[in-house]
Design a protein around this ligand. Structure first.
Ligand SMILES: Cc1cc2nc3c(=O)[nH]c(=O)nc-3n(C[C@H](O)[C@H](O)[C@H](O)COP(=O)(O)OP(=O)(O)OC[C@H]3O[C@@H](n4cnc5c(N)ncnc54)[C@H](O)[C@@H]3O)c2cc1C
Length: 483
């Protein structure tokens, strides 16, 4: 039997953006229904095993990849979306990036308004600088190497409180110490009357007269306004299935490709223990100054399965390397990407992502890999493992000669992404799929409220900026007096 609900606003997707939008609307007294495709995960059942938690918390069990399977693209499924299993970095979007976005009309309330709202998001997340004794050896070697090479770095802020440092953040915090979207937004929103329906994947949206119909499996919602926040991979698919928006929806996708680099040290590193990512090497991040280009060098979340999957090599090579797992530092290059990737729907409704770094993105990744390898050697590494199939390991900085000439086609280089964004960008131009008030161009009462909205690549871990967009799109609607 199909269940029917009515409300003023229906929000689809409960991750960083959707939960911020829903909470903002509920706090203003709107009658809001939040539909989430996945379940409500109970942290007391999180068992700290990658083999059971990846399938539970991630879309496609963590196996989503680009169409040609050359790059893993991971995101979450369940109440709180990807904020449930993210690593807790709370980093506001840098001002030069915001200035660039504002020029194109892609920033609600302008740069100052956005920065003030990011400050509010940071407070809600309880973001704090990681304490010195929380910086594990995997991050300390990054700081040591950056100092030796004269590269700037920062100790990041995180949304975790009284953290035990068990290190399993990426498969959900069993101690429930992450101030994720459930804490920061949804708990208070339920007290303000927010209704949440989980296990409720939305199939399509129909605008009819003054009402918008949201149709899912065994569920129909009639709403005056709809906010889509199903993530940068799935919001474009929902729009397309619903016949809403420009043809360009999904074509501006950015992925923040991440190139893994590992390094063998004499001393114990135990990269899987402690706060996974606390040191961000920003010395090569040109976007911090000019709004575009460059990369961040950072640690990777180093659980045994994730490390084995992403260290270079195959079979016996990986087995041997994992035999020295205790002395292995694990990090990577996070690129501020400029080139376009795209996402469309497969027949089975899942996303077909097309992406491979070319031109300046390719050059940036190669230069970043070199920079991180040099940094690890400067910190005392014996051997460095690169993501190139043609040169998986190097024994000294001199072995890095000629990296730029190595093949860089799909499958020649290991890459992954956990930050899909910018697939339905906001802007003032006629070709922007979303208007500056968050409304989908061509639709009357459907807005977007997630990472899809970014006009381009943000460069830093995106949850703070995504929550800010979610909150601001809701505020803009409230200021218009709609609903
Ligand atoms: C392993 C990992 C580590 C990360 N670490 C960090 C970090 O430390 N700091 C940081 O800033 N960022 C981090 N991120 C990224 C960050 O968590 C995401 O960018 C952010 O949560 C995305 O927000 P969103 O609202 O766009 O989508 P999501 O948070 O992914 O939420 C989308 C939600 O929509 C639901 N949904 C999808 N389709 C439908 C549908 N048809 N109907 C109903 N619901 C639907 C999904 O189930 C999901 O719950 C990490 C991501 C990953 C995967």
């Amino acid at each position: 039997m199909t269940r029917e609900l009515r409300c003023q606003v229906c929000v689809i997707g409960s991750g960083a953006g959707g939960s911020a939008a829903a909470a903002t609307l509920a706090a203003a007294g709107r009658d809001v229904v939040l539909l989430e495709a996945g379940p409500h995960h109970d942290p007391s059942t999180f068992d700290q095993r990658e083999t059971t938690m990846m399938p539970r918390l991630f879309e496609d069990g963590g196996l989503t990849a680009t169409r040609d399977q050359s790059m893993a693209v991971m995101s979450g499924r369940g109440l709180g979306g990807s904020t449930v299993h993210n690593t807790g970095l709370a980093v506001p979007a840098p001002r030069p990036v915001l200035e660039r976005w504002a020029e194109g009309g892609g920033l609600p309330l302008g740069v100052e308004g956005f920065e003030a709202a990011q400050g509010e998001v940071m407070r809600r997340l309880g973001a704090r600088v990681v304490d010195d004794d929380e910086i594990n050896a995997n991050n300390r070697v990054l700081a040591d190497g950056a100092r030796a090479r004269g590269l700037e770095f920062i100790i990041a802020r995180h949304n975790r409180e009284r953290c035990s440092g068990c290190g399993y953040c990426m498969i959900g915090c069993a101690y429930n110490k992450k101030r994720n979207a459930l804490f920061a937004w949804l708990e208070g929103a339920v007290a303000n009357g927010l209704r949440i329906v989980v296990d409720a994947p939305v199939d399509r949206i129909l605008e009819r007269g003054d009402t918008t119909h949201v149709r899912g499996r065994d569920l129909q919602v009639q709403a005056e306004e709809v906010f889509i926040a199903a993530s940068a991979l799935r919001t474009p698919l929902l729009l397309r299935r619903s016949g809403l928006g420009l043809r360009s929806v999904g074509t501006n996708l950015r992925l923040h490709p991440f190139a893994p680099v590992a390094a063998l040290f004499d001393d114990r590193i135990a990269a899987w223990r402690g706060v996974p990512q606390s040191v961000l090497v920003t010395g090569d991040a040109r976007f911090f100054h000019g709004g575009r280009g460059g990369w961040i060098l950072m640690a990777g979340a180093a659980g045994p399965a994730a490390t084995a999957a992403f260290v270079p090599g195959h079979g016996r090579d990986v087995a041997q390397l994992m035999g020295r797992y205790e002395r292995l530092a694990f990090g990577g290059v996070l690129l501020h990407d400029e080139g376009c990737s795209s996402v469309r729907g497969r027949r089975d409704g899942r996303p077909a992502v097309k992406s491979w770094p070319r031109g300046e993105d390719r050059d940036g990744l190669v230069a970043g890999i070199r920079s991180l390898a040099e940094l690890y050697f400067a910190a005392g590494a014996r051997q460095v493992f690169l993501p190139f199939t043609r040169r998986p390991r190097v024994n000294s900085p001199a072995d890095l000669d000629g990296l730029e000439r190595l093949p860089f086609r799909p499958y020649d280089v290991t890459l992954s992404s956990v930050h899909p964004q910018a697939s339905v960008p906001m802007g003032a131009g006629r070709d922007a799929p979303v208007l500056p008030d968050g409304r989908v161009r061509g639709a009357r009462r459907v807005r977007v409220a997630d990472g899809s909205l970014f006009p381009g690549s943000v460069g830093v871990p995106p949850q703070v900026a995504i929550m800010t967009y979610g909150m601001l799109v809701a505020q803009v609607m409230l200021a218009e007096g709609s609903s």
